[in-house]
Design a protein. Structure first.
Length: 222
């Protein structure tokens, strides 16, 4: 009988961590949770000291996002497999995750049995991709997407930019993303610097311009 798969849960929402705890407890001892992290920095610290078999990692977290946390773990030589569990998937995000060295990419609407199976496979080094993530990845291989000016942004910075482009204030962004206003200000400053813009209006216009360009239908080949 194999040893239990030791899992570290990294997600900034307590209710998600508690829900995952209950789901993994139904594995009849095959999977055990050895720790929880509420942000990427904590995930790196705990994974480095606890050495779990699998890190169940959210992408969008404060202080350090899931991709950067994955990169830090790889750079530190931590052998834990990283299984992304997120609420969204796009071609760029899936490819970035694969490049960062994740073993799997799942959506949070995954069925309980599929999640448990994916964790077991991840512990053995076998990758699992959610069907939607597979579609985005295959599409990118067959037909590379237009390079995004936002590829330099972290997932959390993209979240902030999305709300900023809708005209939301720092206070409302902070409330929506469960961050402090000071943290939001820091993200906004980082966004301006990375995109080479001077204010919120320029950032919003850049976001709208790129979205509009990507939403145009492609001309049919004859």
């Amino acid at each position: 009988m194999r040893d239990p798969v030791r899992v570290l849960i990294a997600d900034d929402h307590q209710v998600v961590r508690e829900g995952l705890q209950m789901i993994l407890a139904e594995s009849d001892g095959e999977i055990v949770v050895v720790g929880e992290a509420a942000d990427g920095e904590e995930a790196v610290r705990l994974a480095t000291t606890m050495r779990p078999d699998v890190v169940l990692m959210d992408l969008s977290m404060p202080r350090m996002d899931g991709l950067e946390a994955t990169r830090r773990l790889r750079e530190a030589g931590v052998s834990a497999r990283v299984l992304i569990l997120t609420s969204f998937a796009d071609g760029e995000g899936v490819r970035d995750a694969v490049r960062a060295g994740v073993t799997g990419y799942l959506m949070k609407d995954v069925a309980k049995a599929d999640l448990l199976a994916a964790i077991r496979r991840a512990a053995d080094g076998v990758p699992t991709l959610h069907p939607r993530a597979q579609q985005h990845l295959m599409k990118g291989l067959a037909e590379p997407e237009t390079p995004s000016p936002f590829s330099v942004l972290t997932p959390r910075e993209k979240d902030v930019l999305t709300l900023l482009a809708r005209g939301e204030s720092n206070k409302r962004i902070a409330a929506a993303l469960h961050l402090s206003i000071g943290t939001v200000k820091g993200y906004v400053s980082a966004i301006f610097e990375k995109l080479g813009v001077d204010d919120r209006t320029q950032a919003a216009l850049l976001a709208a311009k790129f979205d509009s360009r990507r939403s145009k239908p492609r001309a049919e080949s004859r």
